[in-house]
Design a binder for this molecule. Structure first.
Ligand code: MN
Length: 215
């Protein structure tokens, strides 16, 4: 039995149009995300084989492969949930929509919603090669931080919990936006599902001792 499985999309391929075309969503989920799931499962099998045979010649490559594919699977699983149709999504998180705690935390951590939005936009849009812009909960200080992730797994602070992720890989936008990555990231804000982000913030905050940093 595979350890990891591809989650279903929470909406139709066309749900995020015109911000993201159905063709992109189908390929991105059914091909790219599926490949990370398979990669993570295959790598676990190869590690089990290495343990059985005590053949450790490929350990560095296998550990790198595990981090890459597993992180890809996790980030994409969050990515789909982080988005909703442009009629329901976008705008700012507001107390009247039941996401006031998230709104307050963003202001506290970044000075203002505008400051947060600018930082995440820049982090995502200026990734060199493949990467992500990520809003994460940092459990040591209880702050929200923005991370610019290389590939799926690099440049990440240990222990941080991603709650809003912008995929800045070319496969996320090239069929529709061509080389205009900045336009894609700007457009992404119209489909952010703040209810989902707020739910993730609450969940991350409720387990501050998960790292056992406090005595
Ligand atoms: Mn992707």
């Amino acid at each position: 039995m595979p350890v990891y499985t591809l989650p279903d999309l929470p909406y139709d391929y066309s749900a995020l149009a015109p911000v993201i075309s159905p063709e992109i969503i189908e390929l991105h989920h059914d091909k790219h995300h599926a490949a990370y799931v398979k990669g993570a499962n295959d790598t676990l099998e190869q590690l089990a084989e290495a343990r059985d045979k005590e053949t450790w010649g490929s350990i560095n490559g296998l550990e790198k492969s595990l981090a890459f594919h597993l992180s890809g699977h996790i980030l994409h699983s969050i990515y789909w949930q982080n988005m909703t149709g442009p009629k329901e999504g976008g705008g700012e998180p507001l107390a009247q929509d039941g996401v006031g705690e998230l709104a307050d935390a963003l202001t506290e951590s970044f000075g203002s919603f505008a400051g947060f939005k600018a930082q995440l936009t820049k982090a995502a849009a200026t990734t060199q090669g493949s990467g992500w812009g990520v809003l994460a909960y940092e459990p040591l200080s209880g702050r929200l931080i923005v991370e610019q992730v290389y590939d799926h797994q690099g440049n990440v602070g240990q222990g941080s919990v991603p709650i809003l992720v912008f995929d800045a890989w070319e496969h996320a936008f090239y069929l529709q936006y061509k080389n205009q990555k900045v336009d894609f990231i700007d457009a992404m804000w119209a489909v952010v599902n703040w209810q989902d982000v707020a739910k993730r913030y609450e969940a991350a905050k409720s387990r501050p001792d998960a790292l056992l940093l406090a005595p």
